[in-house]
Design a protein around this ligand. Structure first.
Ligand SMILES: Cc1ncc(COP(=O)(O)O)c(C=O)c1O
Length: 370
């Protein structure tokens, strides 16, 4: 078999290196490398404007941001969440000594099913942590209604939801806090990075203290905070990335449309639909490989791999299959039939701005000619 160029599930969007040099020069000139320097401040303002949110605190990554968000709201006891996510969602709970309580997902969006939340509430429940999976918004109103009725906090893991809008504006405005990831694999990346979207200046101030060891001033420490600060290099790169973000998302949209056209009518392959968002970010291209397809999901994954196409099974295994979670009563497969079935069928196909139409056609052809 002739060796073709490998196609990975994603490839980071990198502007030409020369464009980054002036930013580096500025850092070298002013010798401020971290601790809320000028690029950090600029990026916080620029992201608030771009995303249409009021307050945002940058972080070194989304995992530390999730851990800090829970601390900021003093969440304890039990938190209701989804098994269908990246492990960091649930890990952020364990890092705070909180017990995750898993509930099943909706079969259409694979986001937490609000109808399952109420039955999982106990006197120990203090919050809900839903995930806007693949950047598709959760049923935010139904979730908020439950939170209001039971006096629960809502922290959205919005790691996938950069730039996503519903009919009322940014999806990040929902809940008490939302957390974005700027990891290399994400729609908007700062190599590593993340942010908490805060509803008001006071909450942002508390979060800013928590991400800097709890320091309020030189001699006052108000909490056992962590080091979650984003460095100036990452923030400067974010400023540069932001210039090309609309183009990057537009290209993702074209790729999404091409896949849908090329895979239309392929028996047993279902492209996941949107969740009614007004502005999508096309962060992933998930398909469900059903029983009508000639190959099982893993056989298709292996076939693609044999042809140097590296799709990924996000999210498989479910979080609840990992040893630190599987002993929990809520982790039993019988409690999670929809998520368990989806984890066996899901395959995320390559999508990133530099992916050419010929690459999309190559991937689709391998699937069509099973
Ligand atoms: C849903 C979800 N939550 C949290 C994270 C953690 O983000 P980070 O890598 O920035 O810590 C990721 C991805 O990496 C994710 O996909």
């Amino acid at each position: 078999m002739s060796k073709q160029k490998p196609i990975y599930v994603t490839q980071p969007n990198l502007p030409p290196l020369e464009e980054f040099y002036p930013y580096l020069q500025q850092i070298w000139d002013n010798k401020i490398l971290t601790n809320g320097g000028p690029f950090h401040q600029q990026l916080e303002r620029a992201l608030c404007e771009y995303l249409g949110v009021q307050h945002l605190a940058l972080f070194s990554n989304a995992t530390i941001a999730l851990v800090t968000a829970l601390q900021a709201l003093r969440v304890t006891g039990e938190v209701i969440t989804t098994p269908y996510s990246f492990v960091a969602t649930a890990h952020s709970l364990l890092w705070n000594g909180i017990k995750p309580v898993f509930v099943d997902v909706d079969p259409h969006t694979l986001n937490i099913d609000p109808a399952r939340i109420e039955a999982a509430i106990t006197p120990q429940t203090t919050a809900i942590m839903p995930v806007h999976c693949y950047g598709h918004p959760c049923e935010v109103e139904a979730i908020q209604r439950i939170a209001d009725n039971y006096n629960l906090k809502v922290i959205y893991d919005a790691a996938h939801a950069f730039g996503v809008e519903d009919q009322g504006g940014s999806v990040l405005r929902h809940g008490d806090l939302s957390v974005l990831s700027f990891h290399a694999t994400k729609v908007f990346n700062t190599f590593e990075g993340g942010a908490i979207i805060c509803p008001d200046a006071r909450t942002k101030q508390r979060i800013d203290h928590l991400k800097n060891f709890g320091f309020v001033d030189e001699v006052t420490v108000v909490a056992p905070g962590i080091n979650g600060k984003m460095s100036e290099i990452n923030a400067a790169f974010g400023m540069l990335q932001l210039q090309g973000i609309d183009r990057a998302i537009a290209r993702r949209k074209e790729i999404d449309a091409s896949y849908r056209r090329l895979l239309e009518g392929v028996k047993g392959i279902a492209c996941l639909g949107d969740a009614g968002e007004k502005v999508a970010n096309y962060s992933y291209f998930p398909v469900l490989v059903g029983p009508d397809y000639p190959l099982g999901r893993d056989a298709l994954y292996d076939k693609l791999k044999a042809h140097d196409v590296y799709a990924r099974r996000y999210f498989y295994p479910l979080i609840t299959e990992f040893p630190m979670y599987r002993g929990l009563p809520s982790a039993h497969r019988e409690n999670l039939p929809v998520a368990s079935a989806a984890a066996q069928k899901i395959l995320c196909l390559p999508i990133y701005p530099a992916l050419g139409l010929e690459d999309v056609e190559r991937v689709a052809r391998l699937i069509v000619e099973a």
